[in-house]
Every structure is written in structure tokens, then in C-alpha cells.
Design a protein around this ligand. Structure first.
Ligand code: NAD
Ligand code: IPM
Ligand code: MN
Length: 350
């Protein structure tokens, strides 16, 4: 059939709560016939019941879908026995790595009417609208590390950051191509004053790729300075390109300045197009609010706009974005449940 086949991994904590709304919005935007959803019950409960996080057979089945929707994995009420990192590494990062999701795309836009913690003088300078292109399959996330003499006073723990010319170049090229469709400015964020090997590689590749894109300007910030600029001058950013860990940290901060992590979407894109890409909110399982129906599903819903765009349904993606923006603007300051927010956005699209 020509229905797109979507794997759905609701996961833990608020994951299932926000995913339910995201799927309802997809259906409202595109009709009942557009998608075939297959649910995968993975996460804390699955591990507690079976001892498996993600077996090879399930991975192979996931590989056959056109895209994956993920809620969140990790800490949740009743899963205190799950070791930290087991699900994050074994499920989420395993998917990003196995499906070679090299570009972790994280747009940040301050919608009109959204309260931002930034100073009024900063906000007055103009709209905030930038995208972080976070490398998704390398860096400190590669899992190359170990501990010597664990548990002793002489313990040595290492995590090695892996940066390949191939892996860096493909995300840097993506960032320049994206900037060419936007305001034409790429900022490399790294820390080459300390991380001389990885930083040097990133810098050289940015210079090389920039030579192929005379219409795109580029500059550089050390990551510590970038965290300042996000708060004092966020309008200076158009496309930020950075490594896996810096991108993780910067995108939580980016979420915070644009109205909170409950609004921040993301796409994990396999740019080669050989494996499914995965769409998920930037936030996690939020154990502190799970089960109460108060999580904001907007981040998950906006992630569906990224999914639609990826599947070639740009007009539907634009409609979802517009519905989100209108919902935010007309309900500023109102306390609403997860279902009320998702329901309102879905109703506007039907
Ligand atoms: P978190 O993003 O889950 O929560 C951080 C804060 O933001 C909390 O106060 C939470 O209540 C709030 N928050 C998050 N999403 C929200 C939403 N939609 N609406 C309103 N408030 C929201 O980060 P954390 O507390 O550091 O991590 C909790 C667990 O989630 C950990 O186990 C972590 O490893 C995991 N995690 C998973 C993912 C993922 O699956 N993609 C991402 C981040 C963290
Ligand atoms: C995110 C999360 C993940 C990351 C964790 C849960 C592995 O924080 O998607 O931002 O660090 O990438
Ligand atoms: Mn994160």
C-alpha cells in the first residue's frame, strides 16, 4: 500500500502521554488512511519483564518502517531498579547508531506569545529562530571508554570522543545546505582551545565545506561562550553545527529560552536514506510529572511536522506548524492538560 509505515515507541514516563497526542495530530492532519502505525512496547517495563532492552529481531523489524516516532525512554515512576543509561544507551542511542541517524536536527523558535525567561531588552531585538544541527552518531556518545580499578580510590574512568572526517563532513555539509535555505549563517560550536584534535578536525572541515558555499557566512564560538550568547544574543544564530554532547547541552538551553523543553522538537535523520529516521521531542521521560496528564505534548506534536516534511508532505507539515503556533498564541498563560492541548491542535487540523 502507499500508506507510510510508522513504528511507534511510546517508551517511559510521559513518553506514552505525549505520543498519543502526536499520533492524533498526525491522523487529524493527514486522515486515517495516510499512515499505518505499529506499536513497539519497549522501555522500562519491557526490560523489567523480559530482561531485554532491544533484541536484534525487533531492531530488524524497526528497520523496515518508513519512520519511527519515539516518546522518551528512561526514569519513570516504578522503574527505580532500571540502571541509569541502560535504556538510554540500549534503546535510544542504539537506534540512532544502528540506523546511522547522523543529523540530529533541533529547531528552536520563540513563538509569539510564549513567555521566555530572557530579558525584555534581549527579546526586543527581534525574532529568535535558529536550528541546531547536532552530530548524532559519534563524539563522546560512541561508547568508547572504560573504568580501571573500578570502586577503588585509584579508579580511572574514560570516555573517548570519536570524530571521523566522514562523520563530521556529512553533518557540516547538511548545516551549510540548510543555512543556504535560511539566513545564510553557520556557527560552529566546539572547544578547539582544549579539544585540539577533535576541534581541529571540525574547524578544518568547516573551512573546506565553506569554500563550496560562498553564499553562506560562518563563524565560530567556543561552547562556553555559546551558552552565554544563547541568553544574551540568541538572534545572532541561524544554524549551529556542533558535536553530539555539545549539541545535547545547547538544545536543552535552546528549549529553555524559547518557552521550555515542552515545546522543543527533534528529528534524528539518516541522511543517506537507507534506514528510517526517528522523530522525538528533545525532552525525556520527566518522571517528576509522569502519570498526571500535565506534560506538554507540543514538542512531540512539532516533531510530527518534522516527520511529515521528511516524508515529503511539506504542506501538511506547514499546517501542523501553523496549528501549533496558533494554539500557543491563543492560549498563552492558560493551564491545560496534555489531552486538552493535543485535542485543540488536532481539532484545528481536522
Ligand atoms: P527531562 O527532559 O525528562 O525533564 C527535565 C525537566 O523538564 C523536568 O522538570 C520535567 O518535568 C520537564 N519536562 C520535560 N518534558 C516536559 C513536557 N513535555 N512538559 C512539561 N514539562 C516537561 O530530563 P531529565 O529529568 O534529565 O531526565 C529524565 C529521564 O529521561 C532520564 O532517565 C533521562 O535519561 C531520560 N531522557 C530521555 C530522553 C529521550 O528519551 N529522548 C531525553 C532526555 C532525557
Ligand atoms: C536527548 C537525550 C539523550 C541524549 C539521552 C537520553 C541519551 O538527552 O535526546 O537529548 O543525550 O542524546
Ligand atoms: Mn538531551
Amino acid at each position: 500500500s502507499d500508506r507510510a509505515s510508522i513504528a511507534v515507541i511510546p517508551g517511559d514516563g510521559i513518553g506514552p502521554e505525549v505520543v498519543e497526542q502526536a499520533l492524533a495530530v498526525l491522523t487529524a492532519a493527514c486522515g486515517e488512511q495516510a499512515f499505518e502505525f505499529t506499536h513497539y512496547d519497549l522501555g522500562a517495563r519491557h526490560w523489567l519483564e523480559t530482561g531485554e532492552v532491544l533484541d536484534d529481531d525487533t531492531l530488524a523489524r524497526l528497520a523496515r518502517h518508513d519512520a519511527i516516532v519515539l516518546g522518551a525512554v528512561g526514569a519513570a515512576p516504578g522503574s527505580a531498579q532500571v540502571p541509569s543509561g541502560l535504556l538510554e544507551r540500549g534503546l535510544l542511542l542504539r537506534l540512532r547508531f544502528a540506523f546511522d541517524q547522523d543529523v540530529n536536527l533541533r529547531p528552536s523558535r520563540l513563538y509569539p506569545g510564549v513567555p521566555s525567561p530572557l530579558a525584555p531588552a534581549v527579546l526586543d531585538r527581534g525574532p529568535i529562530d535558529f536550528v541546531v544541527v547536532r552530530e548524532g552518531t559519534e563524539g563522546l556518545y560512541a561508547g568508547n571508554g572504560g573504568a580501571l580499578r573500578r570502586g577503588t580510590p585509584h579508579e580511572v574512568a574514560t570516555e573517548v570522543s570519536v570524530n571521523t572526517a566522514f562523520g563530521v563532513e556529512r553533518v557540516v555539509r547538511y548545516a551549510f545546505e540548510l543555512a543556504a535555505t535560511r539566513r545564510g549563517r553557520v556557527t560552529l560550536v566546539h572547544k578547539h582551545n582544549v579539544l585540539v584534535n577533535a576541534g581541529g578536525l571540525w574547524r578544518r572541515i568547516v573551512d573546506e565545506v565553506a569554500a563550496d558555499h560562498p553564499g553562506v557566512e560562518h563563524d565560530y564560538l567556543h561552547v562556553d561562550a555559546a551558552t552565554i550568547m544563547l541568553v544574551t544574543d540568541p538572534q545572532r544564530f541561524d544554524v549551529i553545527v556542533t558535536d553530539n554532547l555539545f549539541g545535547d547541552i545547547l538544545t536543552d538551553e535552546a528549549g529553555a529560552i524559547t518557552g521550555g523543553i515542552g515545546l522543543a522538537p527533534s528529528a534524528n535523520i539518516n541522511t543517506a536514506g537507507r534506514f528510517p529516521s526517528m522523530f522525538e521531542p528533545v525532552h525525556g521521560s520527566a518522571p517528576d510529572i509522569a502519570g498526571r496528564g500535565v506534560a506538554d505534548p507540543t514538542a512531540a506534536i512539532s516533531s510530527m511536522a518534522l516527520l511529515l516534511r521528511h516524508l515529503g508532505r511539506g504542506a501538511d507539515a506547514d499546517r501542523v506548524d501553523a496549528a501549533v503556533s496558533a494554539d500557543i498564541e491563543s492560549n498563552r498563560g492558560t493551564a491545560r492538560s496534555t489531552g486538552q492541548i493535543g485535542g485543540a491542535i488536532a481539532a484545528a487540523l481536522r
